[in-house]
Design a binder for this molecule. Structure first.
Ligand code: NDP
Length: 483
């Protein structure tokens, strides 16, 4: 496949290049080979993106929701038709195995385009009768939105932000992570092929500074970031000084609680999906697995047997189920945490090592006998490192599960219905699971409590974050005034 894009940026309906921007090498994580080079946006490129987006947004907002939605739904169909090629590109960009990308990336992007395309025509205000007077509300777009993406789901993030923004009548400028710049350009191409007028979905490349200059521009009305908590703090603060709307999808250290009555096979499946999918590089991962002491050894034994079935290798091979880390840097971060876990006295029960070769591979890793105060139980690792902690009492494990700065996701495995719902109600997390883990359908709100974020993506909830309400008071009789 040809991985070098036509040009670095997509602005006003066309590819745009400016080679005076800092070069960004795109590295295939499975081999370490350079597969493309793009250039960071210069101030001139950023200016082009902002001016064309603002100009295009006015006519877009004036179209009917049905017209806007039709374009998004057409884009969804094109994405599905091209799923194979888009999945290969996602695998080049991220290193995630084709077995995953072919079912989780362009497909979930298409779901978002279809869902928000479908909802666009039904976005309305309301009528509020006040005696003979009345108020009506108009649901209006925010204007120009900026989306800033992380590197783990470049296609999905580009669509999760773009689809609701466009459905509500906004324009968007998307800045992918410098680590994975390729996929969002394809999303832009497809949207325009589907009939999106020029200027409404723009992609600009660059490091954090490009994101920062977009966020601080007074012509930008809303910022949606997917990234780490430290970056979230910076972006939120910059947006606050311009009183801009924000959505923050940040990190996590989510708990999975496995009670003694749980179906162990299902609980092991949940722990595997919640720790090793995408080589552990998923924000909502349940990396603190609390297992009831009565079933702990049975759980660990079955987990190890199942992990022996992981096929680690060439991500393009459809049989491969566990690929490399996205970058050497992320590999080193994860390996560093493994050393910290060992030094703190956690029991390494599976994996723990890098895998020799040019790619950024490491073994899926499990620590048992982890305690709440250990660094590996407190900090987000963003790699395939599972911590298993013991418990015996529900109230105690609930308090421990919630004792974290994060609140993105949480899961419980039990056959006791009342307990399942009680635990879900008590979790301090935005996205909770009962007897499953890490499903993220577009129909359900997704996002974090506490330091894991602000606002929600997906579902009808996202509409609130990409539109604003205007009230119009209508007086039917004469106005009274005191003098
Ligand atoms: P980072 O926070 O490092 O970066 C996120 C994005 O923000 C990148 O595009 C980055 O640019 C950009 N950025 C960095 N600094 C600034 C700044 N000052 N102003 C504006 N933009 C800036 O996260 P990673 O890319 O390393 O992604 C991993 C993190 O993302 C994890 O913590 C994970 O939990 C979180 N995440 C959250 C998800 C969620 O939905 N809650 C989903 C997926 C990931 P660049 O990197 O190019 O310099």
């Amino acid at each position: 496949m040809h991985t070098q894009p036509t040009a670095s940026h997509f602005i006003n309906g066309a590819y745009v290049e400016d080679t005076s921007g800092t070069p960004i090498k795109v590295i295939y994580p499975a081999t370490g080979a350079v597969i493309a080079t793009v250039h960071a946006a210069t101030p001139d490129v950023i200016e082009q993106a902002i001016t064309s987006a603002r100009a295009a947004q006015v006519a877009w907002a004036a179209m009917t929701g049905t017209e806007r939605g039709r374009i998004l739904r057409r884009a969804a169909d094109i994405m599905r038709e091209r799923n194979h090629d888009l999945s290969i590109l996602e695998t080049y960009d991220t290193g995630k195995p084709y077995q995953e990308t072919s079912v989780a990336d362009a497909t979930s992007g298409a779901d978002a385009l279809e869902y928000f395309g479908g909802i666009a025509a039904s976005l309305t205000g309301e009528h509020i009768q006040l005696g003979e007077d009345w108020v009506y509300t108009r649901r209006e777009p925010l204007g120009l939105c900026v989306g800033i993406g992380a590197w783990n789901y470049p296609t999905q993030i580009a669509c999760w932000k773009g689809a609701p923004a466009l459905a509500c009548g906004n324009a968007i400028i998307f800045k992918p992570s410098e680590t994975t710049p390729l996929c969002a350009l394809k999303v832009a191409e497809i949207l325009h092929e589907a009939g999106l007028p020029a200027g409404l979905y723009n992609v600009v490349q660059g490091m954090g500074e490009v994101g920062a200059s977009l966020v601080s521009d007074p012509r930008v009305d809303k910022v949606s970031l997917t990234g780490s908590v430290p970056t979230g703090r910076k972006v939120y603060a910059a947006a606050a000084s311009g009183i801009k709307a924000v959505t923050m999808e940040l990190g996590g250290k989510s708990p999975i609680i496995v009670f003694e009555d749980a179906d162990i096979e299902n609980a092991v499946s949940g722990a595997i999906l919640g720790n090793f999918y995408s080589s552990g590089q998923v924000c909502s991962n349940g990396t603190r697995v609390f297992v009831h002491a009565d079933i702990k050894e049975a759980f660990l034994k079955r987990l190890a047997e199942r992990l022996d079935g992981a096929v680690i290798g060439d991500p393009m091979d459809p049989e491969t189920s566990f690929g490399p880390m996205v970058s050497k840097r992320q590999l080193d971060i994860a390996l560093g945490y493994i050393e910290k876990g060992k030094a703190e006295g956690a029991r390494l029960v599976y994996g723990g090592k890098a895998i020799d070769g040019d790619g950024f591979y490491m073994q899926p890793t499990v620590f048992a006998d982890v305690t709440d105060d250990m660094i590996i139980a407190r900090e987000e690792i963003f790699g395939p490192v599972m911590s298993v902690l013991d418990f015996t009492d529900e109230d105690d494990v609930m308090a421990r599960a919630n004792d974290t700065e994060f609140g993105l996701a949480a899961g419980v495995f039990t056959r006791d219905l009342a307990r399942a719902h009680r635990v879900a109600a008590n979790f301090q997390a935005g996205t909770c699971y009962i007897n499953t883990y890490n499903d993220a359908p577009v129909e359900a709100p997704f996002g974090g409590m506490k330091n894991s974020g602000v606002g929600r993506e997906n579902s009808k909830a996202a509409i609130e974050h990409y539109s604003q309400i205007k009230s119009v008071y209508v007086r039917m009789g004469d106005m009274e005034a005191p003098f």
